[in-house]
Design a binder for this molecule. Structure first.
Ligand SMILES: Cc1cc2nc3c(=O)[nH]c(=O)nc-3n(C[C@H](O)[C@H](O)[C@H](O)COP(=O)(O)OP(=O)(O)OC[C@H]3O[C@@H](n4cnc5c(N)ncnc54)[C@H](O)[C@@H]3O)c2cc1C
Length: 410
């Protein structure tokens, strides 16, 4: 039996402590907050989408950084294992749109309760209000941690301090700091699954408007191929854009945004090519030739968008539809097929669901989560350079990597 210290009582830390306890070790879980799982409470809008019901082999394509690294972790603790665990610890679950898994109660706190039950079951000692300030080293191996007022010795330490997103939940980058002090590589840290700020003054005029079935494409200033393009749903806000398409985009374009703004275009009518849409415009004109241009978009666009489109097409609003020229139609077509916006940056870590970047996976043994160069040290969860799209995949990463670290202590 070894004494194991787990630093951080989030999803990955609790999973690590449970697995180490189950393996028969004496485990101490240190959490700086007043309670465990502070971030879990706000996940899935307070309902906690704790994993996904898709086959585990489909999870890899949802992982944005270092998917291959997760092979052992995902197959050692699968999504089905997490669902079975929740069920057997008093938190039955249900599947929703996109195979997202939630507690039947719709209460994120029930996920934390299930984890707490298992911590009790394996007699894990939980110390709250305990901030780890550094690691104790003996020769080249980790032999414990330093807290504000004492040193705690241990045979192994598992770092589960999370990333930088929503720092009010306790994830303030302490683990990155410890890793750097030990000479470990920490890759660039960027907010991901995060809304975008936009430059144009007309964007906030549409705040609250949600667009479904549109294509969003983002380009660098060189504007060759888009660096992101996908079809789905997005929303305008008082600062820019958000919604599923935007959050996914943010996980894929962070490195481009780091070196400047991105040009965005929204195809508002992706089902119609240029020619078919032009026919549609001609039909609208033929049906009501004496109508004014101010009414032109009524059947084409949501109400909140019409004043902005009129502004962008810059055609006099009292012009009769039968006076619209081919050039004017081209202008309308280009606004509908390529509604322009400029993404100036993200909303930052404060509003990011996940952190992209972290301790380089090259430093970690993927079959144990051990830090290769430092005996006695393990790391798991969002602290590592791992992140995925929305749908329950980030919590599954935390559970699987935490569990693998805990069960690998020898
Ligand atoms: C708003 C929001 C919604 C989300 N919704 C979902 C969702 O529905 N589904 C999903 O899969 N993912 C979701 N995520 C992402 C997911 O919550 C995280 O990826 C996951 O919780 C990371 O777990 P972790 O244990 O690695 O880190 P964290 O949850 O950040 O836990 C780290 C813990 O370590 C503690 N700590 C840090 N430093 C120290 C220290 N020095 N000493 C002691 N303790 C320390 C912190 O206080 C914290 O409790 C969401 C994230 C956010 C912000």
């Amino acid at each position: 039996m070894k004494h194991v210290i787990v630093v951080g009582g989030g999803a990955s830390g609790m999973a690590a402590a449970i697995a180490a306890g189950r393996a028969g070790h004496k485990v101490t879980l240190l959490e700086k907050n007043e309670k465990l799982g502070k971030k879990i409470y706000i996940t899935g809008k307070g309902r906690c989408n704790f994993t996904n019901g898709a086959p585990i082999e489909d999870f890899f394509s949802m992982v944005m950084s270092n998917r291959k690294f997760l092979y052992s972790a995902f197959y050692t603790l699968t999504n089905q294992d997490v669902m079975d665990f929740m069920e057997s610890h008093g938190t039955p679950w249900k599947e929703e749109r996109g195979q997202r898994i939630f507690p039947v109660s719709d209460r994120a706190s029930d996920v934390t309760q299930a984890l707490k039950r298992a911590l009790d079951e394996y007699r894990v000692e939980v110390r709250l209000h305990t901030e780890v300030r550094g690691l104790l080293m003996e020769e080249d191996r980790v032999c414990g941690v330093k807290t504000e007022n004492r040193e705690i010795r241990a045979d192994a330490v598992i770092l589960c301090t999370g990333g930088l997103s929503y720092p009010t939940t306790g994830s303030t980058g302490d683990g990155h700091h410890f890793a750097k002090q030990l000479g470990l590589k920490v890759t660039d840290l960027r907010p991901a699954l995060v809304p975008f700020n936009c430059k144009e003054a007309y964007i906030p005029k549409m705040q609250g408007l949600s667009l479904k079935n549109v294509t969003l494409s983002l380009y660098t200033q060189e504007k060759k191929k888009p660096v992101y393009s996908d079809f789905g749903e997005m929303m305008f806000t008082h600062f820019g854009i958000t919604g599923p398409l935007v959050l996914s985009a943010s996980s894929q374009v962070g490195k481009y945004l780091a070196s400047g703004s991105l040009m965005g275009i929204i195809d508002l009518k992706p089902a119609l090519d240029h020619e078919k849409l032009d026919h549609k415009l001609l039909r609208i004109i033929e049906e009501a030739p004496n109508k004014q241009f101010s009414n032109f978009y009524d059947k084409l666009l949501p109400k909140a968008m019409i004043p902005v489109m009129l502004e962008l097409t810059a055609i006099p609003s009292d012009l009769k539809l039968n006076s619209i020229t081919k050039d004017m139609r081209e202008k309308i077509l280009s606004c509908l097929k390529a509604f322009p916006l400029t993404v100036t940056g993200t909303r930052g870590f404060k509003e990011a669901i996940v952190t992209q970047g972290g301790i380089s996976v090259k430093e970690i043994d993927p079959s144990t989560m051990a830090v290769k160069r430092i005996p006695g040290l393990y790391a798991a969860g969002e602290l590592l350079d791992l992140d995925a799209l929305t749908g329950g995949f980030n919590l599954q990463i935390a559970f699987s990597t935490g569990d693998l670290a805990g069960r690998s202590i020898e």
